[in-house]
Design a protein around this ligand. Structure first.
Ligand code: ZN
Ligand code: ZN
Length: 147
């Protein structure tokens, strides 16, 4: 799914469930780790963690979009858009948004190295040559602790 597809999906959900247009930008943010999505108070844009779709599927993605749209519409209408506010909890239940985003799966292919001198952990996507690469903190040797 592209950013354009996401944009159109958010606009569609906004009209269908909130009866109000979404007039800002929605895009995937590949740097989000455990957050499902975010509504930005300053520019009113929404970013969505692509793992919601890739790890959990369309249904979960929709729930996260509805959640962010609750923040969006409440905030722009001058209501309390915080998670704990009765307005937020009510609107979320009316549109069927998700309360919490599921936790993305940990990438099992990541490799963990530990510095045998200072204990610093390094997580790498690829295998590194431990004879050549040393700890950037103390120059100690690294050891692979899982695979
Ligand atoms: Zn939220
Ligand atoms: Zn070290």
């Amino acid at each position: 799914m592209s950013n354009l597809d996401l944009q159109q999906l958010v606009e569609k959900i906004s009209l269908k469930y909130f009866q109000k247009p979404f007039k800002h930008r929605a895009y995937f943010n590949y740097r989000l780790k455990t957050t499902g999505g975010r509504y930005h108070l300053n520019d009113h844009n929404i970013d969505i963690n692509p793992k919601m779709l890739n790890d959990f599927g369309y249904h979960i993605l929709i729930g996260v979009i509805k959640h962010e749209l609750c923040h969006y519409h409440l905030h722009l209408s001058g209501f309390n858009a915080k998670h704990s506010s009765p307005d937020f909890i009510h609107l979320l239940s009316v549109v069927g948004g998700s309360r919490y985003a599921p936790q993305p799966k940990i990438n099992r292919r990541n490799l963990r190295y530990v510095c045998i001198n200072c204990g610093q952990i390094y997580i790498r996507k690829r295998r590194i040559n431990v004879r050549r690469y040393v700890c950037s903190r103390c120059h100690g040797h690294l050891k692979l602790i899982n695979n």
